[in-house]
Design a binder for this molecule. Structure first.
Ligand code: ASP
Length: 407
């Protein structure tokens, strides 16, 4: 009953925010701070939540064999769905060719690009931190995940008087974090009201710019959105129905809160607390699977971003009149996958990671400036798909482990 209420509160907040943002954008700042506060609260809990959930998840999985099996399943699901997404994008971008004849004069400067752009090797290197404390301070998720898995695994390898204590400690901390999460989630309607009003007001403030953007980049946007829609409404539901044997619509309904939050915040990491709550309480997945699969997914599994990386890189190549060979397109596929794995679950991370793909096939980095204008809306949509795929992964893996779910 209470859940249903929150669910409706969020939907109402979302609609009210759109109306406010469109009708009185000049007053958006009066509510924007509510969204900022909510986001700060979510960010506050991400690092301790990931650390405690993965360590407690790994210790509860029960031995190297189960960890290996679950890890393998999780990674296979993540790689498989991301590849499906990329291939969907690749087919669409080759069919529609949105970049041919695109106006290069529309290009914008992207100052942060060179600072962040790193090669494929950089992504792999970043997995092993040299200092776990600085990784925690910088919220470097791949590094935190790597350390947490190792730490959790070796807790099970020490003398039982120590391991019992450590397992209790991490289970208890995780429980506390989940309680804190549930508390923060109660503020979601107010937070979403603030965030969405701000975003809509920003976009609506300059209507002529918006129209101009759509005119220049409309087909590109449609290609990305078409691919995302296909992945979210065809590929993933098919996996849910035939592999997980879960009712896709019921699952979608159960996940509405994290999905709306992902759309509003453009951040899988900020949404993670809500995703974990919904997967445990609405879908009925065990704590053991939730706490291992979802934190990993929020960082590693980004189907929407993977598809976007591929379409964007191909669009840039087309716009510059550069024909990519089959081999080069395969390099785009692989690097798009790596870029999506390496992208942090924060707004615009995917845009910056395109530089990895562009570098790999020798395309000009400034090309990113072509698509900057429409990144926000595409970010909202790809983040929603990223989170949806994580939730599909959690139920698919739970089912494969013989769990009885509510969806
Ligand atoms: N914003 C996305 C996410 O958090 C990442 C991206 O920019 O593609 O999932």
């Amino acid at each position: 009953m209470l859940k249903l209420k929150l669910h409706w509160q969020i939907i109402i907040a979302f609609i009210v925010a759109i109306i406010l943002g469109l009708t009185i954008p000049q007053y958006a700042d009066y509510v924007r701070w509510l969204g900022d506060l909510f986001l700060r609260a979510l960010k506050l809990i991400i690092v301790p939540l990931i650390l405690t959930s993965i360590v407690s998840g790994v210790t509860n999985i029960g031995g190297a064999q189960s960890l290996g099996r679950l890890g393998l399943k999780t990674i296979s699901y993540y790689l498989m769905t991301s590849l499906f997404a990329i291939i969907t994008g690749l087919i669409l971008v080759n069919l529609i060719k949105p970049g041919i004849g695109a106006d290069l004069g529309f290009q914008m400067e992207v100052p942060e690009l060179t600072a962040v752009s790193g090669g494929v090797g950089n992504i792999v290197m970043r997995i092993i931190p040299t200092n776990i404390f600085s990784a925690l301070v910088e919220a470097d998720m791949l590094a935190i995940i790597f350390f947490s898995i190792l730490f959790g695994y070796f807790i099970t390898k020490v003398e039982s008087k120590y391991s019992v204590f450590m397992i209790d400690l991490f289970n208890a901390s995780f429980e506390v974090m989940m309680k804190l999460t549930s508390f923060i989630i109660k503020f979601a309607p107010i937070g979403i009201l603030g965030i969405v009003t701000g975003v809509v007001a920003d976009q609506a403030a300059d209507k002529s710019k918006l129209l101009n953007m759509v005119e220049h980049l409309g087909i590109y946007m449609l290609t990305v959105l078409g691919g995302l829609t296909f992945h979210a409404f065809v590929t993933l539901p098919l996996i849910l129905k035939f592999i997980a044997k879960v009712h896709p619509f019921e699952h979608l309904k159960a996940m509405s809160l994290p999905l709306i939050t992902a759309f509003s915040t453009s951040s899988s990491s900020a949404t993670l607390p809500l995703t974990m709550d919904a997967i445990e309480n609405n879908a009925g997945v065990s704590n053991k699977i939730t706490s291992f699969v979802l934190p990993l997914g929020a960082t590693v599994n980004m189907d929407g971003t993977a598809l976007y990386e591929c379409v964007a890189a191909m669009f840039i190549a087309q716009a510059y009149g550069i024909e990519l060979s089959f081999i080069q397109q395969m390099i785009v596929v692989i690097t798009a996958l790596l870029a999506s794995i390496g992208a942090a679950g924060i707004p615009m991370a995917g845009l910056v990671m395109i530089s990895v793909v562009l570098t790999a096939v020798g395309l000009p980095l400034e090309g990113v400036g072509l698509i900057l204008a429409v990144d926000r809306i595409l970010d909202m949509c790809r983040t929603t798909v990223n989170v949806f795929s994580d939730t599909c992964g959690a139920v698919t893996i739970a089912k494969s482990e013989g769990e009885i779910l509510k969806v």
